[in-house]
Design a protein around this ligand. Structure first.
Ligand code: SF4
Ligand code: SF4
Length: 142
């Protein structure tokens, strides 16, 4: 969804936001007033300007079910909780992402092998981060 995107009203799901809200973590979704603080401090948004927690929340509220559940963006979140810590409305965006991933898997918008692949990528990234930090800190002592 960008500034000029045309929304097809017939494809919207008016119950989508309520469904997301019904899961733990979704409670404060409707309190979002689109201030953008979440996007401004997000490490993913820092490297990908098209990634916007604020926009994803608007899409959920608009009922853009298929667009959200088929989006790679719901898998980009690192679940670091930085956005939640700074949100003035206590919107728990990382837990919202967990809800969206759960629904996407349940409704087969993503295949199990893709989910497995994402899990492997996360593990490899963590190993790389761990080893690079260990190398730098250890080297500094030499
Ligand atoms: S910081 Fe909170 S209120 Fe502001 S756009 Fe993000 S979720 Fe909405
Ligand atoms: S929890 Fe996700 S959306 Fe929020 S700041 Fe971290 S990476 Fe960004």
């Amino acid at each position: 969804m960008n500034e000029n995107q045309v929304i097809n009203v017939s494809e919207l799901d008016s119950k989508f936001a309520d469904e997301v809200i019904s899961y733990p973590g979704g409670e404060h979704l409707r309190k979002c007033f689109a201030c953008g603080t979440c996007t401004a401090g997000c490490p993913v948004s820092e490297i990908d300007e098209s990634y916007s927690p604020r926009r994803l929340i608007r899409q959920i509220l608009f009922g853009m079910r298929v667009e959200v559940l088929t989006s790679a963006a719901i898998w980009y979140c690192l679940v670091c909780y930085r956005c939640f810590a700074h949100c003035p409305q206590s919107v728990n965006f990382p837990d919202l992402m967990r809800v969206l991933r759960y629904i996407a898997i349940r409704e087969k918008y993503v295949t199990p092998d893709i989910v497995q692949r994402i899990s492997e990528i996360d593990k490899r990234v963590q190993i790389l981060r761990h080893d690079l930090i260990k190398y730098d800190v250890t080297k500094q002592k030499d």
